[in-house]
Design a protein around this ligand. Structure first.
Ligand code: CP
Ligand code: NVA
Length: 306
């Protein structure tokens, strides 16, 4: 059987995603009922971090342990990865000593080169271009609160970054719509986002118009990791792209607010929104754990039924 990687959202087809969401809900329920479930006993996950993380490390490390396996953490600072060993060589070695690999790095090309030389499945734990595990968790959270996302409208306010690109891919695979509003100069780049076309998203100059009647409003930091040198300029350019209470009022009355976290209150989101009644950010963060357990189960064991 060919190795299955999860390097970008569209690497999984709709039926595979629906399976992963259903398994995530089942695995979550087992976990919440203190039912031991160890389908990955003796399996080892290697986690490679070239950028900082709280949620991604925690959810993958806790997740593999809860499935009976174990995790090894590597970062650029303490391994040969930061000293110029070719990524192809690292992939050959790491994948001979482990069963599955998660990587957080800079360019998407790095993870693709790793995967091309890996004997085991590789998961994207965030690159400059994509953050597919985040959107798995976000959509699971939407499903739990509101049911299927098909046909719904998600408003993306802010930077057309890795998280935005992944929402756009997800809209194509799962057939929903994204209303995007970015400041001038920060627009979506369809090719970089890996899109098939324009059918599932619309761009709005005015963020309020993007949020109008949306089923969900979401945003992310104005400056992503790796782009710190642009921070000052971005603070000026994004000043009018804060998700605030007025913006939530123009969305549907039962709209959800999501943010991948970490958040900056008073920048991309007002405190009263992220800490307010529409916000599901803590469920969203928790769902990283459950959905990634389902993802690892699927990549390693294929279609498992309860
Ligand atoms: N949302 C997310 O990926 O968080 P971390 O950077 O803490 O992993
Ligand atoms: N867009 C952010 C997401 C962090 C989880 C970044 O890349 O820094």
């Amino acid at each position: 059987m060919a190795i299955k990687h999860f390097l970008q959202f569209k690497d999984l087809a709709r039926d595979e995603l629906e399976h992963v969401f259903a398994r995530a809900l089942w695995i979550k329920n087992q976990f919440k009922s203190y039912q031991q479930y160890w389908p990955l006993s003796d399996r080892t996950l290697v986690m490679i971090f070239e950028k900082a993380s709280t949620r991604t490390r925690l959810s993958f490390e806790a997740g593999i342990q809860q499935l009976g396996g174990s995790a090894i953490y590597l970062n650029t600072r303490d391994s040969q990865l930061g000293r110029g060993e070719p990524v192809e060589d690292a992939a050959q070695v790491i994948s001979r000593m482990s069963d599955i690999v998660m990587i957080r790095t800079f360019e998407q090309e790095i993870i693709e080169r790793f995967a091309a030389n890996s004997r085991v499945p590789v998961i994207n734990g965030l690159t400059n271009e994509y953050h597919p595990c985040q959107i798995l968790a976000d959509i699971l959270t939407f499903i739990e609160h509101r049911g299927p996302i098909q046909g719904k409208t998600v408003a993306w306010i802010g930077d057309s970054n890795n998280v935005c690109n992944t929402w756009l891919q997800a809209a194509e695979v799962l057939d929903f719509n994204v209303h995007v509003s970015t400041p001038p100069g920060y627009e979506v780049e369809p090719e970089r986002a890996g899109l098939y076309g324009h059918a599932h998203y619309e761009e709005f100059a005015d963020p309020m118009e993007a949020a109008r009647d949306a089923d969900m409003v979401t945003t992310d930091v104005w400056t992503s990791m790796g782009f710190e040198a642009e921070n000052e300029e971005r603070m000026r350019d994004f000043a009018d792209w804060q998700v605030d209470a007025d913006m939530m009022r123009i969305a549907k009355p039962d709209s959800l607010f999501m943010h991948c976290l970490p958040a900056h209150r008073g920048e991309e989101v007002a405190a009263e929104v992220i800490d307010g009644p529409h916000s599901v950010v803590w469920d969203e963060a928790e769902n990283r754990l459950h959905v990634q357990k389902a993802l690892m189960e699927y990549l390693l064991l294929g279609y498992v039924s309860a």
